[in-house]
Write a protein that binds this ligand. Structure first.
Ligand SMILES: Nc1nc2c(ncn2[C@@H]2O[C@H](COP(=O)(O)OP(=O)(O)OP(=O)(O)O)[C@@H](O)[C@H]2O)c(=O)[nH]1
Ligand SMILES: [Mg+2]
Length: 340
């Protein structure tokens, strides 16, 4: 049996090996991705992002446990977790911390947790994450949770990978709410106010509501007794509501409070995506973005191979001297007789 066949048959060792090959972007890894692609597109991807220390890993831990031990009448789901830590410069730390907290899930064959240290460019990080997710998808995991720290472009890109993205906040992280400031609200499908046992939850929730109001001025906000109010969740989430308005969920991730409600919000969002046709649209858009990025990277690489460094440096010199504009430089380089 080939390694790919073993992976498809549920062999964990084969899965671990392929994940490593893919993470290291080896030729075997690329071949594996090509072979596995036809088997992808079935998993549901959940992104979990937010500032450092807000409780993302604790939340992921409890959610994974919840999906493995669902309420009566529901099937346990196979869960994979990709924990991306772009801020950690070395492999060991983040990995160990996450693993220890995930101990409740250790030994469960329906759960697979993979920590990923940052390396290379930020764009590379999103690409590697996407590749690892494809491997888990092909390996038959029903749910794939992707944890990212922070609110930079890399996190936004990774969040775009997911079908449902949770943005995790916690009280006491500053009134202006770091993650939101960086524009991550744009990618939030569910807002989680974790550490609800800490003082200041109401303030954090209020700040989030105010931000939501700015981001989604209608139809959710209506005037009531002359006062602007936000529609209660049940109304906003009504079946015929075409616009998804991110609900705000309170949790205490350390003891699992609010976890079933977060899972329910994720399920509602999934239904919304399926019923509105957004799921198919998102998928098409995501694959188109991936195709465009790959096409660009490939064309540039081919062009570099075919062109001379000398000519490039000469054009750069002309550009620096202001003899030609950047547009003219590109035209000169592309038309310089180097065929692709
Ligand atoms: N009191 C309280 N502590 C919490 C809660 N959730 C998480 N914590 C604690 O907060 C700390 C950080 O939790 P993590 O789950 O590691 O947070 P994280 O967002 O994954 O952290 P990074 O991955 O480092 O960004 C840990 O000590 C947790 O035990 C909560 O709801 N209440
Ligand atoms: Mg974490």
């Amino acid at each position: 049996m080939s390694q790919i066949e073993a992976l498809l048959a549920g062999d964990r060792l084969a899965l671990t090996r392929v994940l490593t090959q893919v993470e290291n972007d080896t030729s075997d890894g690329r071949r594996a991705l090509d072979e596995l692609f036809a088997h992808t597109g079935r998993a549901y991807l959940i992104g979990i992002t937010g500032a450092s220390g807000t409780g993302k890993s604790s939340l992921v831990n409890h959610l994974a446990y919840y999906y493995r031990h669902p309420q009566q009448g529901e099937q346990p789901q196979r869960v994979a977790v990709v924990a991306v830590d772009p801020s950690s410069p070395f492999t060991g730390g983040a990995l160990l911390g996450d693993r220890i907290r995930m101990r409740d899930l250790a030994g469960d064959p329906g759960v697979f947790i993979r920590s990923m240290a940052s390396r290379g460019s930020l764009g590379g990080l999103a690409r590697t994450t996407s590749a690892l997710v494809q491997v888990f998808d092909a390996a038959g995991f029903d749910l794939i949770m992707i944890e990212t720290v922070g609110a930079g472009q890399a996190e936004v890109d990774i969040a775009r990978l997911a079908h449902t993205t949770l943005v995790v906040e916690a009280p006491g992280m500053g009134d202006d709410i770091q993650a939101i400031k960086a524009g991550i609200l744009e990618v939030a499908d569910v807002l989680v106010v974790n550490k609800a046992d800490h003082p200041g939850v109401e303030g954090t929730e209020r700040a989030l509501r105010a931000m939501l109001e700015l981001a989604h001025p209608s139809p959710r906000v209506f005037r009531h007794h002359g006062r602007k109010e936000v529609l209660p969740e049940e109304h906003a989430q009504a079946q015929d509501q075409p616009v998804w308005v991110p609900p705000i969920q309170r949790t205490i991730a350390t003891d699992g409070k609010g976890i079933p409600e977060v899972a329910a919000a994720i399920a509602r969002h999934r239904q919304h995506l399926e019923h509105s046709g957004d799921l198919a649209r998102r998928e098409r858009f995501r694959l188109q973005t991936e195709l465009e990025n790959l096409l660009q990277a490939t064309l540039v690489a081919r062009w570099r191979e075919a062109s001379s460094t000398q000519a490039y440096l000469e054009v750069l010199d002309d550009l620096v001297r202001r003899h030609i504009s950047p547009h003219q430089a590109v035209t000169q380089l592309i038309n310089g007789g180097y065929s692709l």
